[in-house]
Design a protein. Structure first.
Length: 831
């Protein structure tokens, strides 16, 4: 990376660091945040001419001071100043309904906390005006705790002591950086992410404060690099004149290129496998796809000498990045599109495909505050979406189509991989008979199982014992050697401990392309990028290593049906939210359709599903495995009862996280451990679809039934119906069984009684079945010889069952509750 670009990135990332110092009270009296930041960074970054130019960018990033600075017209401060204006103009908005009204007294409140991005979300589900904010946290707090927005109160504030602690720790970490080495870019980016993600960028009381300081400096850096590259391509070094001669004309220039990648074929790649070692394989496969997208994004950014600041969002099977609208960037993106798809075809045939394209954009479109019919940011997103859609429809050229239908002799005769069914590059699994075709597995699937095992083993480890994912130029003996796409061919993924990685960095630094750490920052690895991964993996009695399906059945013990619970869930109406805007049909909706807020919303949801999921599972000490949890959906496996309880807990945490603005629908299927994983995924996906019918925000249980040519689920409930009605009924019935066991009185106790009730309640002839039901219950009358307690208990049971059975809605609740009781109480054996 050239020195000018490196200085520009350092300047963009550090330009507003003085806000932390100013709010901490540690700055020099009379200094503004530009002066405070420049003074402190000067002591950290060094005294060379290049390093001091970064300090000058920080000191003069406001136009009034820059015009009086005497800096030459080719100084990067001119670009940083304009990039800061664009980033601020993109995201600074008055609060809904406040217009331009000023707060009496001083407008800026240094104690203001970061607003939740969901405050401005306006959906049909919930249009409440309750405001939520984040506590001021930093460092490893986010790695170790669930950070949830809290309702704003008059006494809630960010105090000076908290800011002082942030600055002292941040300054210590920044002192460890080699500011002349571009390899430290990821370290600085990760450090700022840790310390500034819950610090508000703007504390103006009349405006929203839902953009963090980290998000603002990231966007400023991305914009600055795009401006620099466009001017460089045109041979313009007089930055001052080009920007200032006509600011509006400059901002109408299409200097930016909004790029989008979308990976297709994910479902087939994940679930079209055998059930042998399925959990390890699934976890490895889902993480592998995430790494492929991270690798592609980093390959593009590295080739263009850009930092991760230009990666706006990565998750949910795709990413958005802000690139310069240069010939070099557009050509590189086209080249990446062709080469990566050829690589995917060579590795996985037609199973996976990457849509990769973009559209030009202007600063004016980013900064637009009115919802106009044309030339808006929404139009840019639509253009990008249209380009990706066309690519998917025309994914093969004529010559490539001919190749698809050319027969190819299997590389391994009649043998196939026992996991994916492919016949190439088969190896024999150790310890199996050579005549057993199931003993063969392809090299990629074998490596993916090992990757899944590595993820499971490292799910609860400390940073120093956790797994680090190293991308290498060449294969590494004795490691995974999973292929990853590169713009120059193929790279290879290896898993190592941090200590092993440090040794390799010393011994063979030229072999290491990049490093990814999981959920932790790792000291001593300057080029590492931290990835948030939902990797919870726990089953009682299986404390070490990867959990398998059979382990969950064993964890259920001898009582209850031996079934897995498989959960799939997806956020409701998320596509509509992004298509129609955060404010829905509100009159002011155009003001809040900003580049930064779209990215923050996406990243917030991704953080919930990738990171917070782990904390929620840990808090409940849950027996479950998170197979996949990404941008807006998830796939989990565990004992069936545990999955129902956990899903209710998860839904409540999600409601709190979004301020009840968003919801998700879920399906939970129940399966034998040897049931084909592809069918588990398909059936549970169908249950999720059933839950999304009507008003959505529901859960569908058990399975599907066919009736009158239609496939339906008879156990679909709103979350409140399940938690407030169905489960209390279940608990009441289970308590009745428990009382019977203690008192040894024969009423309502046998499984046959439960089955008979279930049969009668499901009968289409409601009048006749009700009479028979009451007769069935009457036969369980304990009689006059029973104790008062037992008779009272029976009478309570009889009245409840009659009341529930005579109402259509509660009758449905009762059927589900009885089924849950039966599944919970059934003796193991033959089920």
């Amino acid at each position: 990376m050239n020195h000018i670009k490196l200085r520009l990135i350092w300047s963009g990332l550090l330009h507003d660091i003085g806000k932390v110092i100013l709010r901490s009270g540690l700055g020099e009296a009379g200094h503004n945040h530009s002066q405070s930041g420049a003074r402190e960074i000067s002591n950290i970054i060094g005294q060379t001419e290049e390093q001091q130019s970064v300090v000058e960018c920080i000191r003069y990033h406001h136009m009034r001071e820059l015009l009086q600075s005497g800096l030459p017209s080719d100084h990067p401060a001119w670009i940083i100043c304009e990039a800061d204006n664009i980033a601020a103009g993109t995201d600074r908005r008055n609060k809904p309904g406040e217009g331009d009204a000023a707060v009496s007294g001083y407008r800026f409140d240094a104690h203001k906390r970061l607003d939740s991005i969901f405050n401005i979300v306006c959906t049909q589900r919930n249009k409440n005006n309750l405001e939520h904010e984040y506590p001021l946290v930093y460092g490893k707090h986010d790695e170790q705790h669930l950070i949830t927005p809290i309702e704003r109160t008059a006494g809630g504030k960010a105090d000076r002591e908290q800011y002082a602690a942030i600055w002292r720790n941040l300054a210590t970490d920044l002192h460890s950086i080699d500011w002349q080495d571009s390899n430290y870019l990821n370290s600085v980016y990760g450090i700022l992410d840790s310390y500034l993600s819950y610090v508000p960028s703007n504390t103006d009381q009349t405006q929203l404060a839902d953009i963090s300081l980290f998000d603002h400096v990231s966007l400023t850096t991305a914009v600055a690099c795009c401006i620099h590259d466009c001017l460089e391509e045109r041979g313009i070094r007089d930055y001052r004149s080009f920007i200032l001669n006509d600011v509006q004309a400059f901002r109408n220039e299409p200097l930016f290129f909004l790029a989008h990648a979308d990976l297709s074929g994910i479902q087939d790649f994940l679930y079209t496998i055998s059930s042998k070692q399925a959990l390890k394989s699934l976890r490895g496969r889902s993480f592998y796809l995430e790494l492929i997208l991270e690798q592609i994004a980093d390959e593009v950014l590295t080739s263009l000498e850009l930092s991760r600041a230009n990666l706006l969002y990565n998750g949910g099977g795709g990413f958005f990045m802000l690139l310069p609208n240069t010939e070099k960037a557009r050509s590189l993106l086209e080249q990446a599109y062709r080469r990566i798809n050829q690589w995917l075809y060579n590795q996985f045939a037609v199973q996976l495909y990457l849509g990769l394209g973009g559209a030009p954009a202007t600063a004016s479109q980013f900064m637009q505050q009115e919802d106009t019919s044309a030339n808006s940011l929404r139009d840019v997103y639509r253009d990008v979406s249209r380009i990706i859609s066309v690519q998917k429809l025309q994914r093969f050229a004529a010559g490539e189509i001919a190749t698809l239908f050319t027969p190819v002799k299997p590389a391994s005769g009649d043998r196939e991989c026992r996991v994916c069914g492919q016949s190439g590059q088969l190896i024999q699994v150790k310890g199996t008979d050579t005549s057993d075709t199931d003993a063969y597995i392809c090299q990629t699937c074998h490596a993916l199982i090992e990757l899944g095992t590595s993820l499971a083993k490292g799910s609860a480890q400390s940073p120093e014992t956790s797994c680090v994912f190293v991308v290498l130029k060449d294969m590494h003996t004795g490691n995974l050697n999973l292929p990853l796409p590169s713009l120059t061919g193929t790279h290879y993924l290896a898993t190592m401990t941090p200590a092993q990685t440090r040794k390799l960095l010393i011994r063979e630094p030229e072999q290491i392309v990049r490093i990814y750490s999981k959920n932790h920052g790792v000291s001593g690895l300057s080029i590492a990028t931290r990835l948030w991964i939902a990797d919870y993996n726990h089953c009682i009695g299986k404390e070490d290593g990867a959990v398998e399906f059979k382990d969950f059945i064993e964890a259920l013990g001898d009582k209850g049906i031996g079934r897995l619970g498989v959960l799939r869930a997806d956020i409701d109406n998320l596509g509509r939210l992004f298509a129609e805007g955060l404010r829905g049909d509100a009159p002011d909706k155009g003001m809040y359709e900003t580049l930064g807020r779209s990215a923050v919303l996406s990243r917030s949801l991704s953080r919930f599903f990738r990171s917070h999921m782990n904390h929620i599972a840990v808090e409940g000490n849950r027996n479950l495995v998170i197979v996949y949890s990404g941008g807006d959906d998830l796939f989990m496996v565990g004992p069936w009862q545990e999955m129902i309880d956990f899903t209710l807990d998860l839904r409540e945490k999600f409601r709190q996280f979004t301020g009840d603005k968003l919801s998700f629908s879920a399906g939970i299927g129940m399966f034998r451990p040897d049931f084909p994983i592809s069918r588990m995924a398909e059936i549970t996906g169908d249950l999720e679809t059933q839950a999304k019918q009507g008003e959505k925000d529901q859960i569908a249980l058990f399975g599907l039934e066919s009736s009158s040519g239609r496939t339906t689920c008879k156990h679909v409930y709103t979350w409140s119906d399940l938690s407030d009605h169905v489960l209390p009924m279940r608990d009441f019935l289970l308590e009745s069984l428990k009382l019977d066991n203690e008192q040894q009185v024969q009423f309502a106790a046998s499984m046959s009684f439960m089955y008979k009730m279930l049969h009668l309640l499901q009968s289409p002839d409601e009048k006749l079945s009700l009479a028979r039901l009451m007769y069935l219950i009457a036969r369980r009358d304990p009689g006059n010889q029973a104790s008062i307690t037992v008779k009272e208990h029976y009478e309570h049971l009889r009245k409840n069952l009659y009341t529930w059975a005579t109402n259509k809605q509660t009758r449905k609740h009762l059927i589900t509750a009885i089924m849950l009781c039966v599944y919970s109480s059934r003796k193991r054996g033959g089920n």
